[in-house]
Design a protein around this ligand. Structure first.
Ligand SMILES: [Zn+2]
Length: 198
């Protein structure tokens, strides 16, 4: 089975405005890794001229009404939607009704621990799941289907914020005229850490 990571097609047009107070942080007593879970509505500033169907930034994903309709109409499982607070650069942007439809999407489905395309688990802290060596995931990724909970939309247990979709979701979204989404087959995941995780 194929699984796909969602990425933004264009360069980023969204600035992250959420601050430290909007997070709950937990530090792992074993490896020192910090997990930050957002507790308040996501705050962003949009810098584009036309509202997009998809935005991604630092562990957060935003979708427009087109993608929301598709996910709901097909009864796909494994996600929740929550409101966001939007700031715009240019007041005229406020006339765009689609702006009001933008919502944060978070996966609640669980994909198990991250593994490479050969099925080897990416080395991680056994307490909190943080990677010990990100470079080890340079050659494509795969899903351990024994650990995956079967959700159409999910995060890997230790790759929070990177939205993964099943082939069923991919087929529908790919056929739609959704703009600004790029689908990366996990098997072909790029080894450029900075570019890939954005
Ligand atoms: Zn840890």
């Amino acid at each position: 089975m194929n699984f796909y990571l969602l990425k933004e097609k264009s360069g980023t047009n969204v600035l992250f405005k959420t601050t430290g107070e909007d997070y709950n942080r937990r530090k792992c007593g074993k490896c020192g890794g910090v997990q930050s879970i957002i507790k308040n509505p996501l705050k962003v500033q949009l810098r584009d001229d036309k509202t997009s169907d998809f935005y991604k930034m630092i562990g957060n994903n935003i979708i427009g009404s087109g993608i929301q309709d598709i996910l709901i109409r097909h009864n796909f499982k494994g996600f929740k939607l929550s409101p966001i607070e939007i700031e715009v650069k240019n007041e005229e942007r406020l006339l765009d009704k689609e702006l009001l439809n933008l919502t944060r999407i978070e996966a609640i489905g669980k994909g198990g621990f991250l593994q490479d395309h050969l099925g080897n688990k990416v080395p991680h802290c056994d307490n909190c799941g943080t990677f010990l060596n990100i470079l080890r995931i340079s050659e494509g990724l795969s899903v351990d289907e024994k650990e995956w909970d079967g959700s159409d939309i999910f995060y890997f247990n230790n790759w929070y914020g990177n939205l993964i979709i099943s082939e069923a979701v991919y087929n529908v979204l790919n056929e739609s005229n959704t703009q600004n989404v790029r689908f990366i087959n996990l098997r072909e995941f790029s080894n450029d850490y900075r570019r890939s995780l954005k």
